[in-house]
Write a protein that binds this ligand. Sequence first.
Ligand SMILES: NC(=O)c1ccc[n+]([C@@H]2O[C@H](COP(=O)([O-])OP(=O)(O)OC[C@H]3O[C@@H](n4cnc5c(N)ncnc54)[C@H](OP(=O)(O)O)[C@@H]3O)[C@@H](O)[C@H]2O)c1
Length: 282
Amino acid sequence: MRHVAIVTGASSGFGLLTTLELAKRGFHVLATMRDIQKAIIFKEHVKELSLLDRIEVYPLDVTKQEDIEAFQKKVEEFDHVRVLVNNAGIAIGGFSEQIEMEDYRRQFETNVFGVMATTQAILPKMREQGEGTIINVSSISGLVGFPGLSPYVASKYALEGYSESLRLEMMPFGVQVALVEPGSFSTNIWSSGMEIAGGVNNDQSPYATYMEKLMATMESGKNKHGDPQLVAKLICEIAMMKEVKKLRYPIGRGVRAQLMLKRLLPWHRWERIIINTILQEK
Ligand SMILES: NC(=O)c1ccc[n+]([C@@H]2O[C@H](COP(=O)([O-])OP(=O)(O)OC[C@H]3O[C@@H](n4cnc5c(N)ncnc54)[C@H](OP(=O)(O)O)[C@@H]3O)[C@@H](O)[C@H]2O)c1
């Protein structure tokens, strides 16, 4: 029996690398993306034909109901689906007062409802086959709040809650659920995949100085961003586990230390650390 894995948002970053890594490890990968013109990237990255043969590209915008329905029909063609990696995501930042409700909704459409809809499409198959692993790509932002990023943070916290419940629901049916929680890694999400509602250079904004320091903090942090291949490898390791013992798999420089500090420090000291780090930035 061939092992089928589905990856959403396979056109770049973690999704692309996870697709390649899963294919290398023998999975038949259904690499889904909203713009299949971008599938050319696999030909650019993979020279081995046998590997390319294991990657099947399929169009899927996780926010479009018609795409989800067509995708569900596609999934029915397979006897067995071993793994689903819900990876597709966008990041919307800005200060809450200045963010349009439409932007909050767009953020949730992709990072939360998109995951729920994709998961619903494959759950009947996994439940019937009595096994399967669903890996949801969350973030340190699903565990730690950060100013100027409330749409993204709220979406990842929602994803965490959804995954925690889903894991318990699916346990009696042999379907396992895990969360991968990366810190900051070098992918497009912090450039082309990121939108700042209200703009970054609005001098008239009461948040102008705060925003400037926030952007400086993000900029100075970029040279510490991790290698996204490490995240792809972790996702594959979880995909290959017979028993996924933990719900949460944090990864990245300083991530575990941050989580420990958040848990142990009195709350006012913890938030002072965050705010001082930003406000001291030049
Ligand atoms: N990089 C980090 O530091 C970091 C840290 C924590 C968590 N994450 C999470 O990792 C996941 C992958 O992001 P990345 O860092 O690899 O960034 P990325 O390179 O920007 O990848 C995001 C992927 O999601 C796809 N996507 C966006 N909206 C979609 C939609 N409606 N339907 C289907 N696909 C959609 C993008 O497709 P297009 O090519 O069409 O835009 C792209 O393939 C996200 O969930 C993100 O929140 C990233």
